[in-house]
Design a protein around this ligand. Sequence first.
Ligand SMILES: Nc1ncnc2c1ncn2[C@@H]1O[C@H](COP(=O)(O)OP(=O)(O)O)[C@@H](O)[C@H]1O
Ligand SMILES: [Mg+2]
Length: 244
Amino acid sequence: MDMNTYVKVHDLTVTYNRDSQPIFEGLSMELYKGELILLMGPNGGGKSTLIKSIVGLLKPVKGRIEVLGVDPYRDLDIRKAIGYVPQVMDVNIYAPITLWDLVSFGRYPYLGIFKRFSKVDEEIVLDAIKKVGLEDYIDYKVSELSGGQLSRGFIARALAQDPMIYLLDEPFESIDYISEEVVLKVLREEAGRGKLIVLAEHHLSETGYIDRLILFNRGVIADGKPEEILNDKYLEKAYGGVKI
Ligand SMILES: Nc1ncnc2c1ncn2[C@@H]1O[C@H](COP(=O)(O)OP(=O)(O)O)[C@@H](O)[C@H]1O
Ligand SMILES: [Mg+2]
C-alpha cells in the first residue's frame, strides 16, 4: 500500500441488522496523508456509520477497510493513531471532571501501567487547551462549560492524543462561528504536519480551509475540490432539493 494512503475503503457494505437495508453498498475511497476532508451530506446519509467503520467499531458485511495498512476492526492498537471525536459525546459530562481531566484522557494511550503523567504530557495537554482557546477554563468542571466550549474540549482531547488521523463527527454542532474558525485553523495546521483529517458535517458554511469535499448520501455523490462540488447539481443530488 502506498505510504500516503492512510485510509483505504474497498467495496465496503455496512448493515446494522443482518436483514435490513445496507447503509451503503460497495463503497470505495482512499484518503491521504495531509488532507483536510469535509464529509458532507444530509442527516441519515451514513456519515457517522462510515466514520465508525473507519474507527473499527462496526464489522463490515462485505469488503474491507485498511487504516495505516491494518484492519481497524481486528487490530485495536491502531486506535492510538486515530483521534476520534464521536457525534454523541463519549464522556459523562456530569462527572466531576475538569476540562484539564477531559483533555488529559487524550494522553492515556501513551501512559505506562501506572498512568503517571510526565512533564511532557502536561505540556501537550496545556498546548492543546490553548490551541482551542480554552486556557481560561482549565479548572472548570465539564458540566460548567457551554456546549461550544465542551465541543472544543473534545477537539483538544484529540489534539492531545497527537494522532495520525482525526475523525471528527459533527464537531461544530454547537460551536459559534468564531470558534469554528479557530478550530479550522488548528486543523489546517495539523494537515500541514501530515495528518489526515476527516470532518463530518451536514453543512459547513466556511469551506475555505478544506482541501477535498466528499458529498455523501448512502454513497459518494461527488468527490473533489469544494469549488468543483458546491453547485446546485450535486447539492440537489445529495440533499434532494432540501435547502441547507
Ligand atoms: N445503531 C444503529 N442501529 C440501526 N440503525 C442505525 C444505527 N445507527 C444509525 N442507523 C441508521 O443508519 C442510517 C445512517 O445514519 P448515520 O450514519 O448516523 O447518518 P449521518 O451521520 O449522516 O446522519 C440512518 O438511517 C440511521 O437511522
Ligand atoms: Mg452523524
